[in-house]
Write a protein that binds this ligand. Structure first.
Ligand code: AOS
Ligand code: ZN
Ligand code: ZN
Ligand code: ZN
Length: 431
C-alpha cells in the first residue's frame, strides 16, 4: 500500500505525543477498570470501526449563494482518492470511498479500482445523481426524475441508476444509494400520490437490475430543492417504498434530513427492528440540512443514535451491518481536516455507546428507575474516550493527532502547487 504521507513523519509526530498519550491512556484505563471495563478491549473495538468518506467531501462544498474554493482542491476522482487516502492513513477509520456519478465517472473502471486498491482504499455505496442536469443530457430533470410525468425523463433517470450499478460492480461496490430531490414547490404542482406511484415504478426497474449481493438504499430528505412537498420526504415513505420493493431495498438515514426536533434515534430503532436500516449519512445541523461536521453541534444525539445501534447489534448479531458514510459540506475548513475529525467524532460515539452496560440499563428500565437509567447513558456520554481513539489509531499505524500530523506534513501546500486554483462560483456548490 502506498503511503501518501511519509510514514517516518507520522512516527516522529506520534513519538512527540507518546508520553502524554500513555499517561492519559493509563489514567482512563484505571477509571474504566473501576467501572468494570477493560480499556484494551475498547481500543480493539474502536479499531473495528469504519466510516466511508464521500468522494465529493474532499472538495469545498458551497451553499446556494456562493462557493469559496480552497487551495489544492482535487480536480478529478484520482485526486479525490489521494485525499481520501490521507484521511485513512492518519485516522485508520475510513477505508472506503463512496463515489458519485457522473461526477466520478471513470473512463476505465478497473483503473479506478486498482488505483484505490494501491492507496489502501475500497469503494462503498455508489450514489446516483438525477438532481442536476449534465451537459449534453437529452432530458431535463427540472420537473423531477424518477417521478417525472414524462416517460422519457423517467427512462433516462432509470438508465442512469442502472449505469451506476454497472460501474459500481466494476469497482467492487455492493450498494446503490438513491436520493432524489423530486417534489413540488407549489400545492397542486403534483398529484402527491401519482408522483409516488411513478417513483415506485421507476425504482422497480432499478431494483430488478441489482446483482444478487447488492442493496439499494433509499435516502429520504424533508425539503430542498422541493420546498412544498418532497416525494421521499420522511422515513415513513422510505420504509413503505423499501418494503414495497423487496428485501434488497433498505432505508438510509442522513442525520440532516429531518424536521427540527425529530427523534432520530427512535427512527433508527424502528428501522433496525424491522430489518430496514440500510445505512447512514453522518453530519450535523442546527437548522435544516446544514451539512455541518459530524458531532459539531449535537454530539449527544450522535451518541444516542449509536446507543440504539449498539442495542440493535446485540440483538441481531453479525448480520447487523448498516453502511456508515460521512455526508457533509465543508465551506470554511480544509475538507481533509474536517473529514478526519468527523470520522473520529463518529468513532467516539461508537466507543461511548460501548461503555453502556446493557444488562444494567435493562434492569433499570424494568424497575422504572428513570433517573439512574438516564444517568447511565449520561455517564457513558460524558466519558472522554479520546485516549482510546488515539491509541486505536497509533496501534493501527495512524496518527495520534491526525490534524496536527496532517498540518506538519505540508500536504495541502504540496497539492496546492500541483493542482491549479479553481475560480470561485456564484452559484450552488456540491452538498
Ligand atoms: C442530499 O441532500 C443528500 O444528502 C445526498 O446524499 C446527496 O447525494 C449528496 O449529499 C451529494 O449531493
Ligand atoms: Zn446524504
Ligand atoms: Zn443532505
Ligand atoms: Zn448531502
Amino acid at each position: 500500500m502506498t503511503s501518501v504521507i511519509d510514514a517516518g513523519l507520522v512516527a516522529d509526530q506520534n513519538a512527540k505525543l507518546d508520553a502524554q498519550l500513555q499517561a492519559d491512556y493509563e489514567g482512563l484505563g484505571g477509571m474504566l477498570t473501576r467501572r468494570g471495563l477493560d480499556i484494551d478491549k475498547l481500543t480493539a473495538l474502536a479499531q473495528t470501526f469504519a466510516v466511508a468518506v464521500p468522494s465529493w467531501g474532499a472538495g469545498t462544498g458551497g451553499t446556494r449563494f456562493a462557493r469559496f474554493p480552497g487551495r489544492g482542491e482535487p480536480r478529478n476522482v484520482f485526486e479525490k482518492l489521494e485525499d481520501c487516502a490521507v484521511i485513512h492513513q492518519l485516522t485508520r477509520a475510513t477505508p472506503s470511498v463512496s463515489p458519485h456519478f457522473p461526477w466520478d465517472k471513470p473512463t476505465d473502471a478497473s483503473e479506478l479500482r486498482e488505483t484505490a486498491k494501491a492507496l489502501g482504499l475500497a469503494f462503498d455505496a455508489v450514489n446516483s445523481n438525477t438532481f442536476q442536469d449534465q451537459q449534453g443530457q437529452e432530458q431535463s430533470y427540472k420537473f423531477g426524475s424518477l417521478t417525472s410525468t414524462s416517460a422519457a425523463v423517467r427512462a433516462q433517470a432509470v438508465a442512469h441508476n442502472i449505469e451506476c450499478i454497472e460501474i459500481g460492480r466494476a469497482i467492487g461496490s455492493q450498494a446503490l444509494t438513491v436520493w432524489v430531490g423530486d417534489g413540488a414547490n407549489f400545492p397542486g404542482q403534483h398529484n402527491l400520490r401519482g408522483a409516488l406511484e411513478r417513483y415506485l415504478d421507476s425504482m422497480r426497474e432499478i431494483y430488478a437490475a441489482l446483482p444478487s449481493d447488492w442493496n439499494v438504499f433509499i435516502e429520504h430528505k424533508l425539503f430542498e430543492p422541493a420546498f412544498y412537498a418532497t416525494t421521499i420526504a420522511d422515513w415513513g415513505t422510505s420504509f413503505a417504498c423499501a418494503t414495497e420493493l423487496g428485501p434488497k431495498a433498505k432505508c438510509l438515514v442522513d442525520l440532516g434530513h429531518h424536521a427540527p426536533n425529530t427523534n432520530i434515534e427512535m427512527i433508527v430503532a424502528r428501522l433496525a427492528q424491522f430489518g430496514k436500516l440500510g445505512g447512514f449519512h453522518f453530519n450535523d445541523s442546527k437548522y435544516g440540512d446544514d451539512d455541518l461536521d459530524s458531532g459539531s453541534i449535537n454530539p449527544f444525539q450522535l451518541f444516542l443514535v449509536f446507543n440504539e445501534l449498539a442495542d440493535a447489534a446485540r440483538r441481531e448479531g453479525e448480520a447487523f451491518k448498516p453502511a456508515y458514510m460521512l455526508d457533509q459540506s465543508h465551506n470554511v475548513t480544509d475538507p481533509i481536516e474536517s473529514l478526519m475529525s468527523s470520522a473520529a467524532e463518529v468513532q467516539r460515539a461508537f466507543v461511548q455507546s460501548a461503555l453502556v452496560d446493557r444488562a444494567v440499563l435493562t434492569g433499570l428500565q424494568e424497575q422504572n428507575d428513570v433517573l439512574e437509567a438516564a444517568q447511565t447513558l449520561k455517564r457513558a456520554f460524558r466519558t472522554d474516550v479520546s485516549p482510546i481513539l488515539a491509541m486505536a489509531r497509533v496501534r493501527a499505524g495512524g496518527a495520534a493527532d491526525p490534524v496536527a500530523c496532517y498540518r506538519a506534513s505540508g500536504y495541502r501546500d504540496r497539492v496546492a502547487g500541483l493542482r491549479p486554483a479553481k475560480a470561485g462560483a456564484s452559484g450552488s456548490g456540491i452538498v
